[in-house]
Write a protein that binds this ligand. Sequence first.
Ligand SMILES: [Zn+2]
Length: 188
Amino acid sequence: MRFDSHIERLLDTTVALVNLASPGEAHGTAYDPPVGRDLVAGVADVTSTPEQRSRPTPAEASALLEVVPSARAVFEAAARDDLAAAAAIANDLLDTTRARPRLDPDEGGRFQLHFHGPDDGYVRGWQAGIASGLAVALGSDLGGRLGVCEAAGCDRVFVDGSKNGTRRFCSPQCQSRVKAAAHRARSR
Ligand SMILES: [Zn+2]
């Protein structure tokens, strides 16, 4: 089961931004988001593509991160199967970011559906893209694919791209930590 590649990229970026900027726990240890220049560099990394390096200003990076709490709340609601709550938050995000779909040509002359903000600036463009990616996921059969890691000591979000949709952990590290803990419990 796969999303359109553009939607997939928006969702991957959303996951990376939420995990970058949300305090909590990651892979068994406490997580504090980076600050200052490190945070700006993190936002730049996450929003860069192989073709184009993003260079947000500190103000742009923090403006973009304003959508993170709502985006995270969408994952949390979807993870507890409350798709109505997830949809309500995504609808609010679509409103506040004023996302609008638009067909843009690619290099091959084919058209791809992109999601723009009220202007094509970095902050509004990405915010609208994040809102749209979450909305498209929730509006498809794949709404339940937005998840929060179930491992102890981890609250990172993920998109489940597995065939059967049974992913429970954010990463292979968390999966093997849980396996090892279960093994230790059994052998005691
Ligand atoms: Zn995890």
